[in-house]
Design a protein around this ligand. Structure first.
Ligand code: ADP
Ligand code: MG
Length: 364
């Protein structure tokens, strides 16, 4: 059985993912003391995921969990320590124009990402020209078309504007339009709404949903907000301290979280029925990535930790259709999965007979 994305197309059997991470790992060397390379930051560890056209995959985790490092490896801005990036099923080139015309990164801060001295005609015209998407004579039309695709209308007016005349949400739309100018297959959006006013976040999320559905883009949505991931994404991967701890179809995963960390994240997510959101800080904080905890990196914070959790790294156990959880609590009832975040991984494995509820930690 295959997870059907909530929106748009589902991955077809033979089609390779638009972009794939295979066991991506990044260790940053850092200098401690007198210029000596004595330590490594274990920022991302063995992360695999697949992005398909017409789907949104969310990577969710607290600050410092390695989300941006993962996105930057996928954008080919930094080299992985190990692991592979595959573009359309083939090893991805090391950056350059060929790669950036297929994979575009949109960053968090729309104030920093647009040069204030240039108007929108220049900001959007430049990538069109560089990538040869539009000829000089048709440039204005192509720019207006981009503006319309991100709902900045009337485009005739927006094309004349400067960044300072725009709101944060409008600037983020310009940043997205600039990414679209090169006609990418993949959009990597690193916390695209977290610096925006709450009131305009939904509009930008809906724009991303629209681009997925209308233009069949493969979108990576990086966020610390699991509620927005549930709203937008088809598939969610939850990261903790550099590792994916749980992954699966967005609604199923958030309705039936299996990993204790996902349960903690959801219990801390804003809930309209609760007067005040409990803070995650009260439940401890993420560990140092210079000396990450042994075994399961979550064990020092985990209410269900057992002795083996400090010693052995749990593999990804299948805990529901297409849903995996890297937690020893699931060992008895689940099969070990291929450990790749994607809507179709379930085809590669034996489906567990356990329903998500029967092996929830509360029941153990
Ligand atoms: P997130 O986006 O989830 O907040 P990041 O990927 O930015 O997490 O960071 C993960 C870890 O890697 C953090 O501990 C951060 O300090 C570290 N890190 C990120 N970039 C570098 C770098 N260039 N050099 C050293 N450490 C880094
Ligand atoms: Mg980040």
């Amino acid at each position: 059985m295959t997870h059907t994305p909530r929106h748009g197309a589902q991955p077809t059997g033979g089609e390779p993912p638009a972009l794939e991470a295979r066991a991506l790992t990044k260790h940053f060397p850092i200098r401690r003391g007198w210029g000596m390379r004595t330590a490594l930051v274990h920022a991302v560890e063995d992360v695999s995921l697949r992005l398909y056209g017409g789907t949104v995959t969310a990577v969710v985790g607290e600050s410092g969990s390695g989300k941006s490092t993962l996105a930057r490896m996928l954008a080919r801005l930094i080299e992985p320590t190990s692991g592979q990036v595959l573009l359309g099923g083939a090893p991805a080139p090391h950056g350059g124009r060929e790669y950036s015309s297929a994979v575009q990164l949109v960053l968090q801060d729309p104030f920093a990402s647009l040069n204030p001295i240039h108007g929108l005609r220049y900001i959007l015209g430049r990538p069109l020209k560089i990538h040869g998407t539009a000829q000089d004579s048709s440039a204005d039309e192509a720019i207006k078309d981009l503006l319309r695709r991100v709902a900045l209308t009337p485009a005739e007016q927006f094309i004349e504007k400067m960044p300072h005349e725009l709101s944060g949400g409008q600037r983020q739309r310009v940043a997205i339009a600039r990414a679209l100018a090169v006609q990418p297959h993949v959009l990597l959006a690193d916390e695209p709404v977290s610096m925006l006013d709450v009131s305009i976040r939904l509009g930008v999320l809906n724009l991303l949903a629209d681009l997925r559905d209308r233009e069949q883009l493969a979108i990576l949505y990086v966020t610390h907000d699991i509620a927005s991931a549930r709203y937008l994404a088809d598939t969610i991967a939850v990261m903790y301290a550099g590792r994916v701890v749980e992954a699966g179809p967005a609604v199923q995963l958030t309705d039936h979280p299996q990993h204790p960390y996902t349960q903690l994240l959801l219990s801390a997510a804003p809930d309209p029925d609760r007067a005040e959101a409990p803070s995650l800080a009260g439940a401890g904080s993420p560990p140092s990535l210079v000396n990450p905890p042994s075994g399961c990196r979550f064990h020092p914070r985990c209410p269900f930790a057992m002795p083996r959790c400090a010693e052995q790294l749990p593999p990804a156990f299948e805990v529901g259709p297409g849903q995996t959880s890297a937690c020893w609590l699931h060992e008895t009832s689940a099969t070990v999965s291929a450990n790749t975040v994607s809507p179709d991984t379930v085809e590669e494995r034996t489906t567990s007979s356990a329903t998500p509820e029967t092996n929830a930690p509360e029941d153990q």
